[in-house]
Design a protein around this ligand. Structure first.
Ligand code: FES
Length: 219
């Protein structure tokens, strides 16, 4: 059977290709007196920590906030989160390297996750992923990747564009999808999951009239 590596470097999970250096001193909890943390990031982390009985449970939203600011979970971003949460950078690194929506290397600021799980695959997701990848190949602002079921199988084939679910998508939608994301317009407003009506009229939200959904509002 042909092995199918998850990552380009053949690692099955992020970070497994990096061996630890037992000679190196462990990184300590950063000192608040010497670690600069942007005020907005500090506030986001403290807000997240206040929501949990054990503040360490805020690691994921805290890292996500740092990723939004820095573009990825860089060593500097991890240092800042560790400082506010008063945990070791290693603790946060273990979280950031486990969850694949937390990035461990620099990526384009627009994330396009194309679902390639069964429902989407049966409706042409592989061709869609290839088309988006090809169209965005020369644009470093895009982070295009496949994703397993994003939980919106009824709009297959679909994608999450900067957190906004759109579908069903066709290859013809690709130029507008990329253009909308580039220009900061709502992405494919007519195809956003948030604007779709559902069978139960009481469940239909009146606060999202068609064409009014802002980028990132579904996060
Ligand atoms: S299979 Fe694509 S959203 Fe579920």
């Amino acid at each position: 059977m042909t092995p199918v590596p998850r990552l380009g470097d053949d690692a099955r999970a992020s970070g497994w290709d990096r061996s630890a250096d037992p000679e190196k001193d462990p990184a300590l909890i950063p000192d608040p007196a010497t670690t600069d943390v942007p005020a907005q990031l500090r506030k986001a982390i403290e807000d997240a920590m206040a929501r949990y009985p054990d503040s360490r449970s805020a690691a994921i939203p805290a890292l996500h906030a740092a990723q939004e600011l820095h573009g990825w979970c860089s060593p500097e971003a991890i240092e800042q989160v560790a400082c506010v949460m008063q945990v070791t950078p290693a603790y946060l690194d273990s979280v950031a390297s486990f969850y694949d929506m937390l990035e461990n290397h620099p990526v384009g600021r627009h994330s396009v996750y194309v679902c390639t799980n069964i429902s989407c695959s049966l409706r042409g997701a592989d061709a869609l992923l290839a088309a988006i990848g090809e169209a965005a190949a020369d644009d470093a602002d895009f982070n295009v990747r496949s994703f397993e079921c994003l939980g919106a199988c009824d709009i297959a084939p679909m994608a999450s564009v900067d957190g906004v679910y759109v579908g069903p998508l066709s290859i013809d939608d690709v130029p507008q999808l990329l253009d909308d994301a580039r220009s900061g317009r709502p992405v494919l407003p007519d195809k956003q999951l948030a604007t779709r009506l559902v069978a139960d009229p009481r469940a239909n939200s009146q606060q999202f009239p068609p064409h009014a959904v802002e980028q990132g509002s579904s996060r």
